[in-house]
Write a protein that binds this ligand. Structure first.
Ligand SMILES: Cc1ncc(COP(=O)(O)O)c(C=O)c1O
Length: 396
């Protein structure tokens, strides 16, 4: 008999006093199963990770095949490893042509760190412009460009020379000057409650950065890999950034991050100083094999093409007087309710009734949905019915 529950609470570091605390037995497709016999429909995909559902056979096979060949052999960047090259090949099919160099790291946060370092190194400038309400990760650098003061204050001092601007505020763009190394923005702000920039704002942001020689970093860690109905969300705005960060769904369920750019920019990290960013496990062969297999499935099954219809279906089903707005770009969805208290109750009640949704860190009147891109119509309807029943229960 496993005592993993006891060890979880006694020995494993906790991130909150309110962990969900279910013990997982296995997961398959859009469902997570617990050791006490529950089947939980997954409407968040591990927060934007398991876009092909759980246990996709092509990903499992790629992992097993790679484990049979080799696991870690050497720090990133020294040996030629086939699984890294396969992932590179898949990315080169879907990224803009000019973004032709990919640096594989271990997490989204590390991709942010690499991107910020690259921008400073390539421009020789120090100022960074970030956005109010942003979330880019939890290490010192990534936290510094976030916009949640409550999460930052206990860890001061953070990085200096960071200024913040407001999404969709055109006059703020004047703050981007020849002193600015980079502007960093989540293409669709996730933790802020799925905030979608205006088309013209994104065009103006790109133009301003180009005018003053500032590098535009778009964080696609949550919005990327098909989630919004395009491979990367910036495709909705007809712009190309200078540096892209990816993570989450890129790994097909394995831990990965990637920052990508033009080769002549990326080369700056390999010279003066040499080894400008290094990582032992970045580009891990098993992770890259899973990621390459996942991208192949996404491409061959044309899954991105079905995203908008599924998202529209969810929005059409989630209608109730207590729902103030369903804000979404593809299957990156925020549901605003009429009170913070109701959000707490609804998320709890959904879980009790077999549906996993989740809160935002900094948007208390909303909860998030990000189901697998290949979720069935039946599961989609079932999940929405559980949400409506939970709302209805709290409304009485
Ligand atoms: C937009 C965005 N950037 C960066 C990160 C950090 O990624 P990770 O948790 O893989 O380090 C996240 C994670 O939620 C994210 O949503």
């Amino acid at each position: 008999m496993s005592n993993s529950k006891e060890i979880f609470y006694k020995n494993l570091a906790q991130t909150t006093p309110f962990a969900l605390g279910y013990e997982i037995s296995h997961a398959e497709g859009s469902t997570i199963y617990t050791t006490d016999g529950r089947a939980i429909l997954d409407f968040i995909s591990g927060i934007g990770v398991s876009s092909l559902g759980h246990g996709h056979p092509a990903i499992k096979k790629a992992v097993i095949d790679q484990v049979e060949k080799h696991m870690h052999v050497m720090v990133y960047g020294e040996f030629i490893q086939e699984s890294q090259s396969k992932l590179g090949e898949e990315l080169s099919r879907v990224l803009p042509q000019e973004i032709d160099s990919y640096y594989f790291v271990n997490s989204g946060t590390e991709a942010i760190e690499g991107a910020l370092k690259l921008a400073k190194r390539a421009t020789g400038r120090q100022q960074i412009i970030a956005f109010e309400r942003a979330y880019h990760g939890s290490t010192h650098g990534a936290l510094s460009v976030g916009g949640n003061k409550a999460k930052q204050t206990p860890f001061l001092p953070l990085l200096p020379n960071i200024d913040r601007i407001q999404l969709n505020n055109l006059s703020d763009l004047e703050k981007i000057t020849t002193e600015t190394a980079c502007v960093i923005l989540e293409t669709i702000q996730g933790d802020a409650g799925v905030r979608i920039p205006d088309y013209h704002y994104m065009q103006a942001l790109r133009k301003r950065c180009s005018e003053v020689g500032t590098l535009l970093i778009l964080d696609e860690i949550q919005s990327g890999i098909g989630r919004t109905g395009k491979f990367l969300a910036f495709e909705h705005f007809d712009i190309v950034p200078d540096i892209i960060t990816m993570g989450k769904a890129l790994g097909g369920g394995m831990p990965i991050g990637c920052f990508a750019s033009r080769k002549e920019l990326m080369e700056q990290l390999s010279d003066h100083p040499m080894l400008g960013h290094i990582t032992t496990f970045g580009g891990h062969p098993v992770v890259c094999a899973a990621a390459a297999a996942g991208l192949k499935v996404l491409r061959e099954e044309n899954l991105i093409a079905g995203v908008q219809a599924k998202a529209d279906k969810i929005a059409s089903l989630l209608v109730h007087p207590c729902i103030k707005e369903v804000r979404y770009k593809g299957l990156m969805i925020a549901v605003d309710l009429d009170s913070e208290e109701r959000v707490q109750k609804v998320v709890d009640d959904c879980l009790k009734n077999g549906l996993l949704t989740f809160w935002f860190l900094s948007t208390a009147y909303s909860f998030r949905l990000a189901p697998p891109l290949n979720i069935s119509e039946e599961d989609l309807e079932k999940g929405c019915a559980i949400i409506l029943a939970a709302i209805e229960k709290t409304a009485n």
